[in-house]
Design a protein around this ligand. Structure first.
Ligand code: COA
Length: 210
């Protein structure tokens, strides 16, 4: 489990601190939750992380819990996606014991210019490391990096049954906008999707009621 006090150190940016404040003071669930590497709660992904990111992503494809994708990704595809996202769309990772165990990435929401500040995100934790706070670390890190780049909204879609993902988003200040019914088919079965969003800036000015 991440060290709450350490993670909320004053050296981190306001946005990251705000995200982590949502976590601080929250008692971790019962059971063993080994700490993540506290000195580096998250970092931007590097090309050398591609094998780990591919492995983590493919576990979630195989688990059928998180994505409509059914074909496992190759390292070449993941490397190409990382390169295409470039500096504009960040991907962050968290390590434990020198191994990348979680990743979160932002990508294009819509190509039209009016949506330039909206990014769609995904977050994946290695199967063996789920439920230990790694998802919180990388998603809070992604929020930080997106805010720094001037994005104003993060959105995603979650299968309604994915309680871990919905809890993670709720914990980090996302709101559930609504549900897309019969949004797509996975293995021949229609699946709904919960839409989530987090406004990164300007929300209080534009929508005081939020
Ligand atoms: C969803 C996922 C990213 C969450 O990351 P994680 O490291 O496992 O979650 P964390 O330990 O950071 O916990 C985040 C929140 O989820 C809750 N949670 C974790 N596992 C849970 C589970 N199996 N059921 C219900 N809630 C769960 C935690 O209690 C915490 O909520 P809280 O702070 O209100 O208590 C991770 O489980 C995962 O990679 N799952 C498979 C891929 C996936 O679903 N990605 C999201 C696609 S939209």
């Amino acid at each position: 489990m991440l060290k709450r006090n350490t993670t909320c150190s004053p050296s981190m940016s306001v946005v990251f601190q705000e995200s982590m404040k949502l976590l601080c003071g929250h008692a971790p669930p019962a059971g063993a939750r080994p700490e993540l590497d506290a000195a580096a709660p998250y970092r931007l992904a590097r090309i050398t992380d591609v094998p780990a990111i591919t492995r983590i992503h493919n576990e979630s494809i195989a688990d059928r819990v998180a994505t409509f994708e059914t074909e496992l990704r190759t390292e070449a595809e993941v490397a190409a996606a990382l390169a295409e996202r470039g500096e504009r769309y960040p991907t962050v990772v968290a390590e434990h014991g020198g191994q990348v165990i979680a990743c979160a990435g932002a990508g294009t929401y819509r190509p039209r210019a009016c949506y330039a500040g909206v990014a769609e995100f995904s977050v994946y934790v290695a199967r063996a490391s789920r439920g230990r706070g790694a998802g919180q670390v990388v998603l809070a890190g992604l929020i930080e990096e997106c805010a720094r780049r001037g994005f104003w909204t993060l959105v995603s879609r979650i299968f309604p049954e994915n309680m871990a993902s919905r809890a993670l988003c709720r914990r980090l200040g996302f709101r559930e906008v609504g549900i897309y019914r019969r949004h797509g088919q996975l293995d021949g079965a229609w699946r709904d999707c919960v839409i989530v969003e987090r406004i990164l800036r300007g929300a209080d000015d534009d929508h005081p009621g939020r």
